[in-house]
Ligand binder design. Structure first.
Ligand code: ZN
Length: 286
């Protein structure tokens, strides 16, 4: 798939539909946690510092569908979210889907815990401690081991900081934020339980010694951050919240947060400078 082709169709679909597929309202430019983010709570806050507002219809437009069939991009229907509406939320019914789209639009069920969580053999910022955040789903864990191994061979030393995060842990983080800062500030800063991509077991936050193992935007300037940005897709991981796509993803730029989607989708997303949201808007369901 040629990058120009995808870009062309994206531009055309946006032009033809006359609006962006997602519209998020930024709460403020810096987000609530512009300061150093060196633990789970603040890294979570960084991801979730933006609240969705007056979202527009995201159903696939006819023009988009036409563009996808012309570009030859297609994906089996079971890789799309199946949702039911409950309590004003769109609850994902097939959360084991490796392509699950989790954001402020699509919520994971409270009961969802991936059945195949394992601890990959890679260095963690917290050493050998037994932590829930050391876990990932098996397929993502194997891919991440390969990524770390080949990064090492290229002289790039990486540390995993945070992987799986349970609904309950996200809930606890959210409640602690409410207690500390009040409800209004908390919803700006921390993901609602069920809306953190870390609950899929397919997301991983990565840092380096050169960035003091912190999850900060300075990571993009490091050798390790640059290597990840250019190479993660070869192992099936995408930079999930890219710079300049904040209005599409609903999140601030996070050079440390990578999401496993498999090598095929990752290649398309990388070549086309897409977000996962944009990918689903151009891919044809088959
Ligand atoms: Zn993250």
């Amino acid at each position: 798939m040629k990058k120009k082709t995808i870009s062309f169709f994206l531009v055309m679909s946006v032009l033809l539909s006359g609006c962006q597929p997602f519209h998020f309202k930024m709460q403020n430019d810096e987000g609530p946690s512009a300061a150093a983010k060196d633990n789970d709570k603040t890294s979570s806050a960084a991801e979730d510092g933006i609240e969705m507002d007056d979202r527009e219809d995201i159903s696939v437009k006819d023009e988009t569908r036409q563009a996808s069939s012309e570009s030859g991009l297609s994906l089996p229907s079971d890789n799309f979210n199946t949702v039911i509406e409950a309590d004003g939320k769109r609850l994902i019914q097939n959360p084991d889907n490796i392509m699950a789209l989790v954001n402020k639009e699509f919520t994971l069920p409270e009961s969802y815990i991936p059945a195949d969580l394992v601890r990959p053999s890679i260095p963690f910022s917290f050493g050998d401690q037994q932590e829930e955040k050391a876990l990932l789903r098996n397929e993502a864990a194997m891919a991440l081991e390969k990524l770390f191994r080949e990064a090492g061979q290229a002289g790039i030393e990486l540390f995993a900081v945070s992987g799986y995060r349970s609904y309950n842990r996200q809930h606890a983080i959210f409640e602690a934020e409410v207690e500390q800062k009040g409800q209004a500030k908390a919803v700006e800063a921390v993901a609602n339980p069920g809306q953190s991509e870390h609950q899929t077991g397919l997301a991983i936050d990565i840092s380096s010694r050169s960035n003091q193992l912190l999850l900060t935007q300075q990571f993009e300037m490091t050798l390790e951050g640059k290597w990840l940005k250019e190479n993660a897709h070869k192992y099936g991981f995408i930079l999930r919240y890219p710079k300049g796509k904040e209005s599409v993803t609903g999140y601030k730029y996070e050079p440390w947060h990578f999401r496993y989607v498999g090598v095929e989708a990752a290649a398309v997303i990388f070549d086309g400078d897409l977000t996962l949201e944009e990918y689903f808007n151009i891919v044809e369901k088959i």
